[in-house]
Unconditional design. Structure first.
Length: 158
C-alpha cells in the first residue's frame, strides 16, 4: 500500500516534469514514460502492455526526431552546420530567460552561426528561421506525446 502511494506519486511527478521537459531542454518524453512505468508498477493501476509498448516506441521515435528536426529545418531553409550549432547554443544560453529566452536564443544563435560562416543578412535570417521552426515543431511533438501519456495516466487513475 505504502509502496503503491510512492510509485504513483513519483510517477505523476515524472509525468509533469516530462511535460515541462517537452519545452525545456530536459528529456521530456523519456521522463513521462518513466512516470507511466512507475504508475504501472503499482498494484493499483494497470495500463495494459499495448499502451506501454505504443508509448515506448513513440518515445524512441520522437526523441530521435527531436535531434534531427532542427537540423532538417535549418538545411531546408538553406542553413549551415554552424547555424545548427549556434541555434543549439542559443537555446541553452536562453534558458536564463525562460521559454521566451529559449525561443529568442534559438533564433539568435542560429543567426549568429550563419553570419559567422559568411552568409549574408537575408540568407542568414532565412536559415535561422529554419532552426527556429524546427525547434518549435520538435517541441510540439514532444508536448503532444507527454500530454497523451499524462491523459492516459489520469484516466487510468480515476
Amino acid at each position: 500500500m505504502f509502496l503503491d502511494i510512492i510509485l504513483i506519486s513519483f510517477g505523476f511527478i515524472a509525468l509533469l516534469v516530462g511535460l515541462a521537459g517537452s519545452i525545456l531542454p530536459l528529456p521530456g518524453p523519456p521522463l513521462s514514460l518513466l512516470g507511466m512505468f512507475l504508475i504501472h508498477w503499482s498494484h493499483k493501476i494497470d495500463f495494459g502492455s499495448h499502451y506501454l509498448w505504443c508509448f515506448s516506441i513513440l518515445t524512441i521515435l520522437i526523441t530521435i526526431l527531436d535531434f534531427v528536426i532542427p537540423a532538417i529545418g535549418q538545411k531546408k531553409f538553406g542553413g549551415s552546420k554552424m547555424g545548427v550549432i549556434g541555434g543549439m547554443l542559443g537555446m541553452f544560453i536562453g534558458l536564463a530567460g525562460g521559454i521566451v529566452g529559449m525561443l529568442i536564443g534559438t533564433f539568435l544563435g542560429g543567426l549568429i552561426g550563419e553570419l559567422l560562416v559568411g552568409n549574408k543578412g537575408p540568407q542568414a535570417f532565412k536559415a535561422s528561421m529554419g532552426s527556429f521552426v524546427g525547434f518549435l515543431f520538435g517541441s510540439l511533438l514532444k508536448m503532444v506525446l507527454c500530454l497523451a501519456m499524462l491523459w492516459v495516466s489520469i484516466v487510468a487513475f480515476f
